[in-house]
Design a protein around this ligand. Structure first.
Ligand SMILES: [Fe+2]
Length: 300
């Protein structure tokens, strides 16, 4: 069995999402076909795991590293979802469920609201170690799942799911605003620790290049977290980010996003969005990006 058996048959449509134009497969929860992983699949996991862990010590947030250790993930073999769930459910009440790929928004929000995190069961091929347009097992499991062990972040993710269900009912513009929050926190967030900026966003921790770029390059802006500012800011799906937003703590994230967003959506509907690389007079600037290497169009 290859690493991605039968997926072309299960593809149901393409959908334009915040991750680009990607295939959407069956929306059903699927059993992780663990016995079907090949030696090549396990080896891809091992290579990616070892490479990223080495990079992330000193770069990822302490919370992320502690949580990943507590889950017992190792490079030895692709983890079994059932075994991780024994640990995760006890810690924060979350479970991971296997899926074929990206889900329709409402289905995704419903999972999160009910403390289920959808994890793509298949893993990329050896020639895709550095880049894959759609999420795979490594991005979802290595990148997203560890922080679900953190009680505050776990609550934030569930609250985000409930917020998503609400925004879906309000309309597409509200969803655009909310998706930017997910993008700039869950996927590409930085956090300030006593010893400097660290990474917690899944899109960064699962990327070798962006793990270095997000913290060490002069090119991107690094700006203090501001909910409304983030919801007005476009982003990149095809290159590294032009701007990273920095939180002080997961508690800050939880508190800032606790109020009802409906009045915020109404206000944002009357305002133009900011380009991905903009720096505003009102920003708390940790680093003003040089802009080196930025392409001028392509913000979404
Ligand atoms: Fe993701």
């Amino acid at each position: 069995m290859s690493s991605q058996p039968a997926i072309p048959d299960k593809q149901v449509e393409h959908q334009h999402t915040d991750k680009g134009y990607v295939p959407v497969y069956t929306t059903a929860v699927v059993e992780q076909p663990w016995a079907a992983y090949t030696a090549v699949d396990h080896n891809v996991w091992a290579q990616l795991f070892e490479r990223q862990r080495a990079l992330l010590v000193g770069r990822a947030s302490d919370e992320f590293l502690v949580a990943q250790d507590a889950m017992g993930m190792t490079p030895d073999t692709i983890p079994k979802f059932d075994e991780l769930n024994d640990i995760l459910a006890k810690a924060t009440g979350w479970t991971i469920v296997g899926v074929e790929g990206l889900l329709p928004e409402l289905t995704f929000f419903d999972h999160l609201a009910n403390r289920r995190f959808p994890v793509t069961w298949w893993i990329r091929k050896p020639e895709q170690l550095d880049y894959l347009a759609e999420p795979d097992l490594f991005h979802d499991l290595f990148g997203h799942v560890p922080l679900l062990m953190n009680p505050v972040f776990a609550d934030y993710m569930a609250a985000y799911g409930r917020g998503g269900v609400k925004a879906h009912g309000i309309g597409p513009e509200a969803l655009v605003n909310l998706t930017r929050l997910y993008w700039y926190t869950v996927e590409f967030g930085l956090i300030r620790q006593a010893d400097g900026l660290r990474i917690y966003g899944s899109g960064i921790v699962s990327s070798k290049g962006e793990s270095i770029y997000s913290l060490e390059s002069d090119a991107p802006n690094r700006i203090g977290f501001d909910l409304e500012r983030i919801m007005r800011t476009r982003y990149r799906i095809d290159t590294y980010q032009k701007t990273y937003f920095v939180i002080d703590s997961f508690e800050q994230l939880m508190q800032a996003t606790a109020p009802d967003f409906a009045p915020l959506y109404a206000r944002l509907a009357t305002q133009a969005s900011h380009p991905a690389g903009a720096v505003l007079a009102s920003d708390a600037v940790f680093h003003r990006g040089s802009g080196e290497g930025w392409s001028q169009d392509g913000d979404v």
